[in-house]
Design a protein around this ligand. Structure first.
Ligand code: ZN
Length: 158
């Protein structure tokens, strides 16, 4: 995996979205965006918590998502910050693509969790229905998740 060094200080102005648009513009068509996402920023998943106290520790593998919804939120954040490694690691091996190329400039605007079914700490399966908003549209999906060895994995869209 290639790692890009970007002038982070230059990104510390404006909204997260603008920063990432700026970051993506710096990277051009180069593909994978490697965090760091500014840890003191509000988490992209919309929880209202700081990234470093929310999806950051999940991305760093210093915490494990206790519920399917929590995993879903952290995967949305991973799309926003371009963390392909985390997206693949939390994708169930039965449906995981060999590689993942994120389109740059999607302009993610936010996530709304519409409904969850099971997916709790006591379950081994669950579904999460959500709508993810981006510039000019949204993606509405009901996703299935399984929990194996204490870890939730995304399986597929229903
Ligand atoms: Zn979060």
């Amino acid at each position: 995996m290639r790692v890009f060094v970007v002038p982070i200080l230059d990104l510390h102005t404006g909204s997260s979205e603008r920063k990432y648009t700026k970051l993506l513009a710096l990277l051009g068509q180069a593909g994978t965006v490697t965090p760091p996402f500014p840890p003191q920023e509000m988490c992209p998943c919309g929880s209202g918590d700081l990234f470093e106290a929310c999806c950051g520790p999940l991305h760093d593998d210093t915490a494990v998502a206790p519920t399917a919804e929590r995993l879903m939120r952290s995967r949305y954040s991973a799309y926003v910050v371009g963390d392909v490694k985390y997206l693949l690691a939390t994708w169930h091996p039965s449906t995981r693509p060999q590689s993942l190329h994120l389109e740059t400039g999607t302009g993610w605007r936010g996530l709304t969790i519409l409904r969850t079914h099971q997916g709790g700490p006591e379950h081994s399966r669950g579904t999460v229905e959500f709508e993810a908003f981006y510039a000019g549209g949204s993606q509405h999906e009901n996703s299935t998740f399984v929990r194996e060895d204490g870890r939730w994995f995304y399986v597929a869209a229903l």
